[in-house]
Design a protein around this ligand. Structure first.
Ligand SMILES: Nc1nc2c(ncn2[C@@H]2O[C@H](COP(=O)(O)OP(=O)(O)O)[C@@H](O)[C@H]2O)c(=O)[nH]1
Ligand SMILES: [Mg+2]
Length: 171
């Protein structure tokens, strides 16, 4: 059995917790709390403050999924979660072009943590007006080596397809 530690990161509200909840075979461990920041609280009610954890088994592979908090003031958790990771998934809210610069910054910070493969999930593709994976790759200046794949975080088959792509990078 192969076992991989995978960090699921991305900007605030991108769908990280939802991705782990859908993909996990077990009840996930979350640390969601009510949002204190009044501006962000307009977007959603609860946010991850320390980590989310779930696990997904795929044939002979087990993914241990660790979700990061999205708000910058919980950034101290990122280095802790990134320790000994094998790969990471960057979740992007494809309906929110404004979040792309935050996402680029997050990728930069993660690249400093470890030289491991990563994949970008263009999430919320079920929305009517979204940026396509190709547009996201272009707007963020992603190199061809990094896959940008379509995702809907509440759709199990879509989440598993992202994990499958990641597994191909790890093989
Ligand atoms: N329509 C749609 N909504 C999504 C999707 N993924 C997440 N959401 C919603 O986006 C919001 C933020 O999701 P959450 O997982 O809490 O984001 P996090 O801050 O990255 O952990 C929630 O209201 C989710 O229900 C998706 O693929 N499609
Ligand atoms: Mg979260």
């Amino acid at each position: 059995m192969k076992s991989y530690k995978v960090v699921v990161t991305g900007a605030f509200n991108a769908g990280k917790t939802e991705f782990i909840r859908t993909g996990s075979d077990i009840d996930i461990v979350t640390t969601e709390r009510r949002i204190s920041d009044s501006e962000l609280a307009d977007t959603k009610e609860e946010t991850t403050v320390a980590m989310d954890y779930g696990q997904t088994r795929m044939d002979d592979t087990v993914f241990h999924l660790y979700g990061t908090p999205g708000q910058a003031r919980f950034e101290f958790m990122w280095g802790i979660l990134a320790k000994e990771m094998d790969a990471y998934i960057v979740i992007v809210d494809s309906t929110d072009q404004g979040s792309l610069m935050d996402t680029k910054q997050i990728i930069r910070l993660f690249q400093k943590q470890a030289k491991v493969p990563y994949i970008i999930a263009a999430n919320k593709q079920d929305n009517a007006s979204v940026l396509s994976p190709e547009e996201i790759a272009r707007l963020m200046g992603v190199t061809d080596k990094v896959p940008v794949v379509s995702c809907v975080a509440h759709d199990k088959s879509a989440v598993l397809a992202v994990l499958q792509q990641l597994r191909a990078l790890l093989a």
